[in-house]
Ligand binder design. Sequence first.
Ligand SMILES: *Cc1c(COP(=O)(O)O)cnc(C)c1O
Length: 406
Amino acid sequence: MTYPRPSCTPDRLFDILPSEPLLMMGAGPVPLPAEVARANGIVINHVGSTMARVLQQVKDMGLQVFQAPDARVLGVAGPGSAAMEMAICNIVSPGDRVLHVGTGYFSDRMAEMARRSGAVVDQLVFDPSLPQPAQPVVQALEDGDYDAVLMVHGETSSTIVNHHVQAICQKARSLGCLSIVDAVCTLSTMNLAMADWAIDAVITGGQKGLSSIPGVSLLAFSEQAWQRIERRDNPPSQWCLDARLADRFWNQGQYHYTAPVSGILALHEALRLVCEETLPARFQRHRLCSTSLQNGIEAMGMALHVPGPWRLNSVVGVCVPDADTGDRIRQRMSSTHRVEVSGSFGAPIIRIGQMGEQCREAHLFRTLHALGESARHCGMAVSLPRGMAELENGLSLGSPAESVTC
Ligand SMILES: *Cc1c(COP(=O)(O)O)cnc(C)c1O
């Protein structure tokens, strides 16, 4: 038996990667703090006393960050979407009635997962570029006898924030309907109080608000959600995502599957940095950085996609004349300025992330400069000096008032 020979000698990884790293200012993944990167380079035994201590701290810090002292925190080897699927496939059983608050690409993903779990999904679809009202959702909950309601806190795709998560989830709780909230880009970047808001499952990813690596994610279940999970008589068909099996690892020191050790160590450091900074200071840093950047972009002469109060600070959508111009601007930002931002899911916008390490002053100046210079290069009329001055002004004035309190 002969085996085919490789037709070429592969390049070394470090010959493929850019010699000067790109500044990651898109909708995720985001830059890693040094401690997180270091932790990610370590492997330890996936069970045993060292790991037990790490896990205990990850869970304890998770409770703080989810703002839910009585929640059950679990992790999953997988992207934010795996945490999403884990929440949905454990809470939703075949035949359940599920209400879906449709605000864009990621909320549609949640609805699709609920359908695959055998639920009957009613969709309330809102224009992704307009603020969605709470009233139709509350009304639908009252009329519908739902088992679960699905929503996204910050829709990264359309750069819109849902300010009604609290109102919707509290209403759902009063009706015995469990709420599942996607906080992949908002957890630790803006206020989301799982216990006070009566949310039953919150999901997040590593590589966005938490500034950890992609591929290891965290989720939290309320007491009510856990009771429903324990009462199920049919386990979810996804063995890896079965929350009761994951609970063995996360709460009983047993083996489920080999945990993503390095990623959990990275997550430990990411959470520790969040707790060290404290949530209020972190929210304030994100608000100040993002609003200063937004004002700088507008002062430069570019428009923002979403009106002020509904604008998602965690990911900012900047209007461009058409998709092709957007692509050329991004290409130049990347090749000339070494700044990477994201394209869109439809509307002609460029998306700039403001999550975790992205909210640092030096990154903001470099990104705004790259955006302005590249937009000008691609034929847009922009004033770089005005934009940069406005950014500087915003950052040095500090403390913008929170535009919407919730
Ligand atoms: C990025 C993102 C997801 C998906 O996360 P993956 O890690 O890509 O699976 C889900 N919801 C929101 C709001 C996101 O921003």
